[in-house]
Design a binder for this molecule. Structure first.
Ligand code: ATP
Length: 292
């Protein structure tokens, strides 16, 4: 799985110490099933039409924290759908995404991955079947080429594929061999540019499920609008889960999940949730009136 921030992928020692600490955190929560193979059959089916995921009674408590952060989540995300995950700060959105991505082991419940035909897939998170762009991605001071091809080393020399992934991510057209990081005499991307580089890396992978955790947090409003258009374009035919606070973007998704205090409060299309008149409709009205 491509996870922005794994220390094994770090190209220089400068950020290693900080990343190593983060890795230790991840390690403490992770439990990998080494004997869970992905069949070629399942993998092909998964990447062509997107994967589905069925979540039952999912629970999670951070070590040392008394209260559970995820408190019994039941959800089904169908193959090929684009789903927005919204909710207040601290509702548990990032935690839920990390659980689904296999970075944390649930303290209860089950996550089952399926292909478009409903066949169960084993070892998806461990076997590279997922792509993720997390808020807390690591800055890897390597070349743009290496940065983009992490997780798909077969594409390292495929300039056309690398440029296409960068274009889809809304990134500027880099010289692929440019070194990243001013401290290494290279180019220093801004926060938004880093985010696009990380997004390009996730898009290069032909995975059946893509997580975007606040991919537009560092973007200016115009770039943000373009990013959402890009999100809809590049996720066509895949399954995608987008964590966002921008309800104007969530509105575009096929389905919206509202997480509140570690449980699913509401789920449906924008129209359904507006008609419901509950927490989503209140959040949406508040945000629209603010923008107006
Ligand atoms: P936001 O919208 O602010 O990004 P979120 O919905 O993504 O919030 P999480 O980041 O999942 O929420 O956090 C949910 C809760 O879990 C918060 O109370 C947070 O303080 C707590 N939490 C997050 N990470 C850890 C951790 N590593 N250890 C202990 N508690 C944590």
């Amino acid at each position: 799985m491509l996870v922005s921030g794994l220390p094994g992928l770090i190209g220089s020692g400068v950020t290693l110490r900080r990343q190593q600490m983060r890795w230790d955190d991840y390690n403490a929560y992770m439990s990998l099933e080494d004997d869970a193979p992905i069949t070629d059959e399942g993998q092909t089916a998964a990447s062509s039409g997107g994967m589905a995921v069925q979540i039952t009674g999912l629970r999670f408590r951070y070590p040392g924290v008394e209260r559970e952060t995820i408190r019994g989540v039941d959800l089904t995300i169908t193959a090929g759908s684009r789903v927005a995950l919204v909710g207040d700060n601290g509702a548990g959105k990032s935690t839920l995404v990390k659980l689904l991505a296999g970075l944390y082991a649930p303290t209860g419940g089950e996550v089952v991955w399926k292909d478009g035909s409903g066949r169960r897939l084993m070892g998806v998170a461990e076997g590279g079947g997922l792509s993720a762009v997390f808020q807390d991605f690591a800055k890897l001071y390597i070349s743009v080429r290496e940065h983009t091809a992490i997780g798909r080393l077969d594409a390292l020399a495929d300039d056309a594929a690398l440029h296409e992934a960068l274009r889809l991510a809304g990134s500027k057209p880099y010289d692929l061999d440019v070194q990243l990081g001013a401290m290494f005499g290279g180019f220093e991307p801004s926060g938004g540019e880093w985010q696009k580089l990380v997004t390009a890396r996730a898009l290069l992978r032909d995975s059946g499920f893509v997580f975007f955790d606040e991919p537009t947090a560092a973007l200016d409003p115009l770039a943000e609008k373009e990013a959402f258009e890009m999100f809809m374009e590049v996720t066509a035919g895949r399954t995608a889960l987008l964590v966002t606070h921008r309800l104007g973007a969530a509105k575009l998704a096929d389905s919206i999940i509202v997480l509140q205090d570690g449980t699913v409060a509401e789920q449906g299309t924008h129209e359904q949730l507006m008609a419901l008149g509950g927490v989503y409709s209140r959040m949406f009205r508040l945000q629209s009136s603010w923008y107006e």
